[in-house]
Design a protein around this ligand. Structure first.
Ligand code: NDP
Length: 509
């Protein structure tokens, strides 16, 4: 039996009350247009109107931004400031974000298509990331070794790595930038930021906050425009010391390869095909809620999306029916409607990719239980989709879809569940649902993933490291090491007292 979604699209009248945001680039402390004087526009994927416009950066603009960051690092005062002083600036930035939550959330919602309520949660959550980075600016330190013998003291310094290129995607624009920039600044680095061309506004708005908070000119620079022309130099340019990228595995491995060839430090936060593994003894209601939340949060446009559910075969049919019933109640539609939980898909390209993936799954023999089609309405909306009877070899079980699409895969025991969970190129996150502690720990230890949730999903804290195994990335963000990732280690060896000559015998005592 095939279900149709009963959900009707939510509508709102607020969309038209929005002023177009005219963004500019921020280079060496100045607000600038592109050398070419060209601009590009971003339209709301939900409403179709122009939300914002930005300069289309040229190679010359990117060169200026990198030169400014380089000069600010080599000759500026930011890397030399006391940790306490950098912390004060980061805390002022956190306050600046807090004061602009409404303004930034609205434009984030209009550009991404995500529900306004969710954008508010995301923007206000960034405050905590900047505050946490401020705490690390004061506490990150090197080490000393007084255990090397009477005549030697070892000192290990943590020095800022230099100029960092930051490339961010469109799904959580301000959040993902806030997982990188405050930590790079806490370390004393200088940066060039390239936001996604689809969602550049909050990155540009953040520069107003940085300016007010007293970040010196050249320390952070923003260039706007297309990935290959504007982003690629941040991986290749000789003056860039480190690349930190979040986005697709395809572009991440391309840029990581280019940066590694130049022997730069590289941090990559890439895709996922994250399994939630459900055992029959779990808390049923909590699990169903977390499965629906896990796949439909941010319309599934989320590297951490719980896009695969591995269900014990004894409960697979009961699970499919329950999750379909719950998914039918999730409100879809205008992101500005207060009840909205699933907004618009970010672009026509992304929407047709998702639909293509669904069709591929059905053609391979999987069973469409809910949704599967775009809504016949203005705006880029997709029905919440559930597909069951998926086998681990199907592309729908293995490839990142990045949309509101759940694949249900049955398993027979914990060993097989772990095998299926690990049988993809990715290893970002996973969850296990059971009341049995042995089951939870066995599965959590066996899965190749940077994060494993037990009886919950998608919680996150700045204190906890985040990142992936395998093709999900290289390195970790957040956690107490977050600032260290933007440093180089320098060893200083201090000799104490008279140094023994290399070849002359010691004078007799
Ligand atoms: P991309 O990886 O293409 O984009 C991420 C960032 O990289 C953007 O700023 C983009 O700029 C930039 N970029 C793109 N191509 C290049 C290049 N050749 N050189 C330098 N920078 C580049 O992701 P998409 O936006 O195209 O999304 C495609 C897929 O990626 C999604 O379907 C999803 O699977 C995955 N994705 C994963 C994310 C994650 O969080 N792990 C986030 C976003 C996407 P621009 O936007 O201007 O092209």
């Amino acid at each position: 039996m095939t279900y149709d979604t009963a959900t009707t699209l939510l509508k709102s009248d607020n969309a038209t009350n929005h002023e177009v945001f005219r963004g500019r680039m921020y280079i060496d402390g100045k607000w600038t247009e592109s050398a070419s004087e060209q601009r590009f526009e971003r339209r709301s994927p939900a409403h179709g109107h122009v939300v914002s416009t930005f300069p289309e950066a040229t190679a010359a603009d990117v060169e200026l931004a990198i030169a400014a960051a380089d000069a600010a690092f080599r000759h500026g005062r930011w890397p030399k400031l006391k940790g306490a002083e950098r912390a004060r600036v980061l805390l002022a930035i956190a306050d600046g974000i807090k004061a602009r939550v409404e303004k930034m959330s609205l434009i984030e919602s209009l550009e991404t298509g995500k529900p306004l309520a969710q954008a508010r949660g995301e923007v206000s959550g960034c405050v905590d990331l900047w505050q946490y980075a401020a705490s690390l600016a004061r506490t990150t330190s090197g080490d000393a070794y007084d255990t090397l013998g009477e005549d030697m003291l070892g000192i290990v310094l943590r020095q800022p790595v230099g100029v960092v290129g930051l490339i961010t995607p469109w799904n959580f624009p301000l959040w993902i930038l806030s997982q990188k920039l405050p930590f790079a600044l806490a370390a004393g680095c200088t940066c060039v930021v390239k936001p996604s061309e689809l969602t550049s506004s909050t990155t540009v708005m953040l520069m107003e906050i940085l300016e007010e908070a007293g970040v010196p000119a050249g320390v952070v620079n923003v260039v706007t425009g297309k990935g290959p022309s504007v982003g690629q130099p941040l991986a290749e340019h000789d003056a860039i010391d480190m690349l930190s990228f979040t986005g697709s595995t395809r572009v991440g491995s391309l840029l990581g390869g280019l940066a590694s060839k130049k022997l730069k430090k590289v941090a990559l936060e890439l895709g996922g095909k994250n399994p939630q593994i459900v055992f029959p003894d779990c808390d049923w209601d909590a699990m169903i809620d977390a499965v629906v939340f896990g796949v439909y949060f941010n319309a599934g446009e989320c590297c951490n999306s719980g896009s695969r559910v591995l269900v014990h075969e004894s409960i697979a049919e009961r699970f499919a029916q329950a999750v379909v019933e719950r998914a039918r109640q999730v409100p879809v539609g205008d992101p500005l409607h207060p009840d909205c939980k699933i907004g618009a898909i970010v672009s026509e390209h992304q929407l047709s990719e998702i639909v293509g993936n669904i069709e591929k799954g059905v053609a391979a023999g999987a069973r469409l239980r809910l949704g599967g089609k775009r809504y016949d309405a203005q705006g880029l909306y997709l029905e919440p989709t559930i597909i069951s009877d998926v086998t681990p070899d199907m592309s729908i079980a293995r490839e990142e879809i990045f949309g509101p699409v759940l694949a249900i895969i049955p398993f027979s025991d914990a060993t097989q569940a772990i095998e299926i969970a690990n049988d993809t190129a990715y290893g970002l996150s996973a969850a296990v649902w059971s009341r049995d502690i042995d089951t939870c720990l066995t599965v959590a230890r066996g899965i190749d993933a940077g994060t494993v949730w037990v009886n919950t999903f998608l919680d996150g804290y700045p204190e906890l490291p985040f990142g992936g195994f395998k093709s999900s990335g290289v390195g970790r963000e957040l956690g107490k090491q977050a600032v260290e990732d933007y440093t180089e280690t320098k060893t200083i060896q201090l000799h104490i007292g008279e140094r023994r000559n290399w070849w002359l015998p010691r004078p007799a005592a």
